[in-house]
Design a protein around this ligand. Structure first.
Ligand code: SF4
Length: 277
């Protein structure tokens, strides 16, 4: 390992991966990323042996890597796992299909295909926030059919560590985008094959002005419920997931996937001459 080549994965290898949060970060992986970005010091992990801190410290300060770098590294790792999977068997489990020797997965109504080496092909722009959860879906999805029970992110099991991040980077960010131009925002969901939900009085989102379901992955539907600003009252935007999302994807990947959606929505707003929020 030499200066200039240290990565978050190099740091992660030395951590005990208990995700104990004694460093005030939800996971060891997130801690490693923050060290690389210079926002945390190795010594902030009380479980890291002093001799390792000393050994790595000089190298870390020589390198500045971004969250994008980290996602690329993680993507390469999962890609290697995906390449070893029996695609026809996986297709049935994750509600995908085969196109020749490629695994074809519908993401927001568009096909995304994995070749036998695990590389991803799509006519759409693939940002790393979406690429990684899609690979995660292939490796971890349990294939549970959606139950029809809509829950908020914090009600999903194992979501606790990600709630603060999700609230800030997903729900609040999407609300800001929607508030810039509510009609344009709702109309743009058509581009992603969004379907308006028929609301029943007992539904938690029954009073929402708009309730639209997207399918970022075949077995992981997401509902955007939006109460528009009115008469001096602020808007509200809540994201709901089917209860089965917790076994079909997992909280961290859901967080990444939703962040990817927010980035796509921002681009659309900018394309239409609106400030992204
Ligand atoms: S304190 Fe260390 S072991 Fe615990 S979560 Fe942070 S990095 Fe991981």
């Amino acid at each position: 390992m030499t200066a200039g080549r240290l990565t978050a994965m190099d740091i992660l290898r030395h951590l005990d991966r208990s995700n104990c949060r004694e460093c005030d970060v939800p996971t060891c992986m997130a801690f490693a990323a923050l060290v690389i970005q210079g926002q945390k010091a190795l010594a902030d992990c009380p479980r890291l042996a002093p001799e390792i801190v000393e050994k790595l410290s000089g190298t870390v300060t020589a390198v500045v890597r971004t969250g994008e770098d980290l996602r690329s590294e993680m993507t390469e790792q999962i890609r290697a796992q995906v390449a070893g999977i029996d695609y026809p068997g996986a297709a049935e489990r994750i509600s995908a299909s085969m196109n020749g020797d490629r695994l074809s997965i519908r993401c927001l109504g568009k096909p995304f295909e994995l070749d036998p080496d695990g590389a991803l092909h799509s006519e759409c722009h693939v940002n790393s926030w979406v690429h990684l959860p899609l690979l995660n879906y292939v490796t971890t999805c349990q294939g549970r059919a959606p139950s029809g029970e809509w829950v908020t992110f914090d009600e999903l099991s194992n979501a606790r560590d990600w709630v603060r991040f999700f609230s800030h980077r997903c729900e609040n960010a999407m609300k800001k985008i929607a508030d810039r131009d509510p009609d344009l925002f709702i109309d743009s969901l058509d581009l992603f094959s969004g379907a308006h939900v028929e609301k029943r009085p007992a539904d938690r989102f029954s009073t929402a002005d708009d309730a639209i379901v997207l399918k970022p992955l075949p077995l992981v539907p997401l509902m955007i419920a939006y109460w528009r600003p009115e008469d001096g009252f602020e808007s509200t935007l809540t994201l709901f997931f089917d209860r089965t999302a917790e076994v079909n994807l997992g909280a961290e990947a859901i967080y990444m996937l939703t962040t990817g959606l927010v980035e796509m929505f921002k681009k659309i707003m900018v394309k239409h001459g609106r400030k992204p929020g």
